[in-house]
Design a protein around this ligand. Structure first.
Ligand SMILES: [Zn+2]
Length: 257
């Protein structure tokens, strides 16, 4: 049994075949899926889609790549979603300096606003970081001193040293398709060092399809390929990876165990 902790079934790409995609996921052992929102439209769709199928859970968040479009009003709408019992996490949120470097202050402000919601509603953050690890770390470390919160570093692309620093803050590390890529060094090193009780897995579909589907459209039923790679790297069985990552995800998002 697998838990895909990060799937954008609310993306345009799944509009016409969602039913089939979800059935395929169940059939491949992917029993639980978080449908991750990232702006007004996808937060709304995450709620709608998750309500339709068993064991699908919505998150709601404001993504750093869309931050130029966001206003205070988006934070008000976001809080309405976060308040709902069905919403299992806040995000994606975070910092991304790969696409935008000229709006760092606004990115930081929206990230901190979502940290405040995580603290207020005791829900985990789904954190996206690209080319902004130090600033992300600094914000989380500073904010944790003001009051505890938890979360996951989604599709972690940083170094093993950075992974250890986030683990030391109590956060989970999630790995996706890149861990299966032949030329990917850092994700494999990270897979080696993340303890089994802090590891999550995800597809981040429709993006980042795992080997041998790299470059194609990703989907939750590919998740076992990611678990298989991690199992090989860690020298354990895929069942062990499935068992631990599912337990971890249930602990973090469903507040079970
Ligand atoms: Zn994502």
């Amino acid at each position: 049994m697998f838990y895909d902790t990060h799937a954008h079934l609310n993306a345009e790409q799944f509009k016409d075949n969602l039913e089939e995609i979800v059935k395929e996921a169940y059939a491949s052992g992917v029993t639980y899926i978080n449908v991750v929102g990232f702006n007004r439209q996808t937060n709304f769709l995450a709620q709608e889609i998750a309500a339709k199928y068993d064991n699908l859970y919505p998150t709601a968040g404001l993504h750093p790549n869309d931050v130029n479009d966001f206003t205070e009003e988006d934070l008000v709408t976001l809080e309405e979603y976060v308040k709902k019992e069905v919403t299992v996490g806040i995000g994606e949120c975070g910092l991304d300096y790969y696409w935008y470097k000229d709006n760092k202050d606004k990115q930081k402000a929206f990230f901190i606003a979502q940290i405040e919601l995580a603290r207020k509603y005791k829900k985990p953050l789904v954190i996206h970081v690209r080319d902004a690890f130090q600033d992300t770390y600094d914000i989380i470390e500073t904010e944790m001193k003001k009051g505890a919160f938890t979360g996951v570093m989604h599709c972690f692309s940083g170094s093993p040293e950075m992974a250890l620093r986030f683990l030391n803050l109590g956060l989970y590390i999630s790995l996706g398709g890149p861990v299966t890529f032949k030329n990917a060094v850092a994700p494999k090193e990270v897979a080696k060092i993340v303890p089994l009780d802090k590891l999550l897995i995800e597809t981040d579909c429709p993006y980042l399809a795992p080997h041998p589907h790299r470059g194609k459209q990703n989907k939750p039923s590919y998740l076992p390929l990611i678990a298989q790679s991690i199992a090989e790297i860690k020298g354990i069985s895929v069942e062990e990876v499935a068992k631990h990552t599912t337990l971890n995800a249930k602990r973090l998002f469903l507040q079970q165990f």
